[in-house]
Design a protein around this ligand. Sequence first.
Ligand code: SAM
Length: 284
Amino acid sequence: MTDVQLLGAQDIRRLATALDVAPTKKWGQNFVIDPNTVRRIVDQAHVDASDVVVEIGPGLGSLTLALLDQAKQVVAVEIDPRLATQLPITIQEFAPSRASDVVVITQDALTITELPVAPTKLVANLPYNVSVPVVLHMLEHFPSISEVLVMVQLEVADRLAAQPGSKIYGVPSVKASWYGQVTKAGAIGRNVFWPAPNVDSGLVRIVRRETPGDDNLRQKMFAIVDSAFGQRRKTLRTALGAALGAPNVVEEILRRAGIDPSLRGEQISLEDFVAIARATGEVQ
Ligand code: SAM
């Protein structure tokens, strides 16, 4: 066992006061003040001693410490330089024997394309305004990530895990399912955060599986998905004009893909979107 201590509400307030940081909405700064919540996240993430975990937005380090208690190594990417500078000092205080197993990178996660070590898992309490782009970006650029467990707004968790036919099935659901099996892993209340957000949160798990095709196919399919849901109420025949061209071209591609042009985007599955992308003849 290690000597890792978790942060409680008093530690968080003390650290924030010492740093003179007021949490900013711009970067979605709601810090977890409850050790049981970070333990639960790490447990749900199935982190073990073989894992190199990438954490986006470590903040004051609540989740980082809980991850460090179980993982081999943690790579933490933080956009706020004040928090990134403090993090190694906090780790030194609360987990001295593991201090050398944390790498802190001060950068916008959406611009990260390389890390010093290949991560096996992504585990994070994500900044709410960029949660979906961050998850998709990390899955795209780091194929070594086999499993994702993230905390996001409950509504976003529902959308990510939604299935065809549901009103909330949309761009995030289809794009995330390109990379893996997406499921919800529980809800989290507001009072485990400081400051408390206005909405509830939820956990989402993505278990990676082999993608349906290569990156050319993915890009084509993602453009079709954007187009299909860009005009949600319209049928595919009309909505796919933006991605595929004139109505007769769209009809022909849908016919080849075996998809009824009078359906709407929210009614068709990942496999159907892949079939449409393939039927353009531009990708394999
Ligand atoms: N993990 C901490 C916790 O659970 O207490 C903090 C979570 S807080 C919801 C989100 C964190 O992400 C903040 O520390 C914020 O500064 C950071 N952040 C916001 N946008 C970011 C970005 N684009 N790239 C990396 N970090 C970001």
